[in-house]
Design a protein around this ligand. Structure first.
Ligand code: CTP
Ligand code: MG
Length: 160
């Protein structure tokens, strides 16, 4: 196998719990929102209707489950928490910029969760700079591809 393919596989295995934590809410989310409908002083929602308690819990469980399968309990939990809190931070920033729930924020939507997930996992696993850079390149492509599949399967009402 070429070095490049091996590097991409290593990067995917490293980040896998974060990907599952980010994807699980699309399938299992819904119900009461994390911000309980509350608004920020700017008059807009804190996080918005797209960030549900059930989605967050499902994401943590999915990430921990994948991490456990890989024999990386702590890393799985930290990657999942980082991915979900990063996603929440992304929604908070989008609301502050006046982007409504479901609106696109190119870059933030595709990369925010993965950057925070990597920061969270650092206390137990430090990826090489190569792996981190590969993640910055492949995550947007994988995010857009999986969102499109989720849209086609009827889990999402927008293809991005
Ligand atoms: N979701 C959820 N709970 C979460 C995160 C996501 O229930 N904590 C579900 C919601 O149904 C959401 C979908 O996953 O609509 C897709 O997530 P995302 O694209 O992050 O949310 P958006 O609806 O696009 O909202 P935002 O504009 O805040 O990103
Ligand atoms: Mg979205």
């Amino acid at each position: 196998m070429t070095d490049a393919i091996q590097l991409i596989i290593n990067a995917l295995l490293f980040i896998l719990p974060a990907y599952f934590a980010n994807g699980a809410p699309v399938v299992f989310g819904g119900g009461p929102p994390i911000d309980c409908g509350r608004k920020f002083p700017d008059g807009r929602r804190i996080f918005g209707q797209g960030k549900s308690i059930r989605g967050f819990v499902a994401g943590v469980i999915a990430g921990v489950f994948i991490g456990a399968l890989q024999g990386r309990w702590a890393a799985g939990l930290l990657l999942a928490l980082g991915a979900l809190l990063g996603d929440l931070l992304g929604s908070f920033l989008k609301r502050r910029m006046g982007i409504e729930r479901g609106g696109a924020a190119l870059g933030l939507d595709q990369l925010g969760f993965v950057v925070i997930a990597v920061l969270f996992v650092l206390p137990v696993e430090v990826p090489t700079l190569e792996i981190f850079l590969v993640l910055l390149m492949i995550t947007p492509l994988i995010h857009l591809a999986t969102n499109f599949v989720g849209y086609k399967l009827g889990f999402k009402d927008r293809p991005y």
